[in-house]
Write a protein that binds this ligand. Sequence first.
Ligand code: SF4
Ligand code: FES
Length: 381
Amino acid sequence: MNEHVSIARTSEWNGGRVRIPAPIALLAELTHRCPLACPYCSNPLELDGVKSELTTEEWISVFQQAAALGVLHLHLSGGEPAARRDLVELTIAAAKAGLYTNLITSGIGLTEKRIAELSDAGLDHLQLSIQGSTPALADKVGGYKGGYARKIAVAEWTHAAGIPLTVNAVCHKQNMDQIGDMLDLAVTLDARRIEIATVQFHGWAERNRKALMPTKEQVLRTNTFVDEARKRLEGIIVIDYVPADHHSTYPKACMGGWGRTGINVTPSGKVLPCHAAESIPSLNFQTIRDMSLEDIWYDSDAFNAYRGDSWMPDLCRSCDRKAIDMGGCRCQAMALAGDASATDPVCIRSPMRQLLVEQADADSRAEPPEFVYRGRSIEAD
Ligand code: SF4
Ligand code: FES
C-alpha cells in the first residue's frame, strides 16, 4: 500500500494566501498515438511525437514521485496507452509504488494475453470507451472498422481476468438517444460502473460542433432517463453522469478546482493542471525533465495561476457559489471568452451566457455535417 504522505503547504502569490493540499490523482498520458480518430478527441491540437515520449525509466520516476507527493490514483491514459509496449512494466512499477492503477483504453491493442499480464502486474481497474451501442454507429464515430467487436472481446477478457470494469460512453447529438442501449450493453458486459459523459467542446470537438452538439430536448430526456435508471439499477451498476455544460445553469468545478486535486503529465513529460491547460497561451509549463513533481505542484506559476480567489473577476469573487465551482473551467473561459480568468460563460450569471446558449441552440438544431475526424497517429515505438 502507498504510505500516503498527506502534505499540504500554505503559499502566497498575487496578494493572496492559499493552503495547497496534496494531489489525489495523476493522469499519465503515456502517448498521443491512437488507432481511433474520434471527432471529439480531447488530446491537444498539437500532438507529442513518439520520439519525444518519456522513457520507461522516466515514467517510473514520475510514478514514484507522485506516490511520495501523496497521489493515490494513477490513470494510465493516452491517446491509446496500449500503444506503449512497456505498459505491463509500467503497471508493475506503479503498483509497486503503492498507486491504485486505472487503465483508460479504447481496447484496441489489447489481447487476451496482455490483459492477463496486466492483471498479474497488479492493474486495479480498466475503463473501456464505447462510441455507440451498435457496430455501425460505434465504428463510424470512432473512425475504426471492427472497433466495436474488439471492445466487446476486451470487456469479456477483462471480466475473465477479474479486473473491475467501467464502461465510458461519450454522448452527443448522434448517440444520445441510444443511451439506454449503451447502458444495457454495459450491464451485459458485467461493468460495475458506466460513465456517461457529454462531449466537452474544447479542442478538436470545436470543429464538430454542428455534428455533436445535443439539443436541449435530448439533454432533458437524458437527465430524466439517468434519474430513473439510477433507481432501477441500484446495486447492479453505478451510473456516473456528466451532463452537457452548454445546457446547464452553473459550470462544474473543473478538475475539482485548478491545482487542487489532480495533475496531468503529457507524453513528453509536461506537467499540467488539466488536460487542456496548454490552450491558455499566457501559461508556461515545466516538464519532469526540468523540475521535480513536488516543486511543480507547489511552486510553479502555472499551478498557482488560478488557485485561491485573488485571480477571480469580482462577479465570482463575491459569489456565494465560488467555493462550489471555483469559477468553473479556465480552459472553457479561454475558448469561449478569450480570457482564461473570466467567469466561465456557462454560468447563468456570466454576461456571455446568452450568446453561448444561442450558439449551442443553433449548432444543436443544424443538420449534422460529416465528421471532421482526428487524424490517426499510429507510429510504432
Ligand atoms: Fe460560479 Fe462565478 Fe458563476 Fe458564481 S459567478 S456561480 S462563482 S462561475
Ligand atoms: Fe482546463 Fe477545465 S479543462 S480547467
